[in-house]
Write a protein that binds this ligand. Structure first.
Ligand code: SF4
Length: 238
């Protein structure tokens, strides 16, 4: 009998960016080196703590009121698991034998009961312009896909989910006159109209490639692979 393939939304995102990297990472545990984003994690945690305060009171966060968002942080017994990177919110498909999940930053609830999925991001730019970032950079399109995969998971778990989702961006101000051991941020709510229509197809394609014996080709555009190839070519000569 075929085993379940357990995968996360970041595996699917890797598949969409480079199938070879996805297979190397998930199947062979060969991962590109990466640094922990400790400052971003600190912002995420502080923000979650603040939302939890309003969750307990079932009141909107002042930023919601300021930005016209008619919702309160969603109270649910599984929230701790949904936020846990090692658990997350999951959907197990017995037909195609996969177990897909992802860890959310936060979930809010509208008056009509629909859930709004939220992801917290931090950056530091002189002029924060989401539309320009979205047009220019693939990673920004990946942020939207991230929210869509979470929305799909919540729907599969039986929740009513709003089509809109939010990125809550904290932009670090780097041109202040004095540091005073304080990093100041400007918050930006980026509202995204999302669609989950693509999600299941891409999960299945990822599962299929992980089940197969294929090792897909590397992307010719990838700076990291080109760097490695050049290193190998040089070490063969010298
Ligand atoms: S091209 Fe190479 S390094 Fe780049 S994402 Fe793909 S496998 Fe990874």
């Amino acid at each position: 009998m075929e085993d379940f393939v357990k995968l996360s939304r970041s595996t699917v995102e890797k598949f969409l960016n480079c199938q070879r990297c996805c297979v190397l990472d998930k199947k062979y545990q060969i991962k590109p080196p990466s640094l922990p984003f400790t400052l971003n994690i600190a912002v995420d945690n502080l923000c979650k703590n603040e939302f939890d305060y309003y969750r307990n009171k079932q009141e909107p966060h002042p930023l919601f009121i300021k930005n016209g968002i008619d919702a309160v942080p969603f109270k649910h017994k599984n929230l701790k698991d949904w936020r846990n990177n090692f658990i997350g919110i999951r959907y197990k498909c017995s037909k195609y034998k996969y177990d897909f999940g992802g860890a959310v930053d936060d979930v809010w609830q509208k008056k009509n009961g629909e859930l709004i999925v939220v992801d917290v991001k931090s950056t530091s730019k002189n002029n924060f312009d989401w539309h320009e970032t979205f047009e220019k950079f693939d990673y920004a399109k990946g942020y939207k896909r991230q929210l869509e995969m979470y929305q799909w998971l919540f729907r599969k778990n039986g929740f009513k989910v709003a089509d809109e989702a939010y990125l809550l961006y904290f932009n670090g101000l780097k041109n202040e006159k004095f540091f005073n051991n304080q990093l100041k941020f400007e918050p930006y709510f980026v509202k995204l109209e999302c669609s989950t229509s693509w999600v299941e197809t891409k999960i299945l394609e990822t599962v299929n490639i992980l089940r197969s014996n294929q090792l897909p080709m590397a992307s010719l555009k990838c700076d990291y692979c080109n760097y490695l190839k050049k290193r190998w070519q040089l070490s063969k000569i010298k």
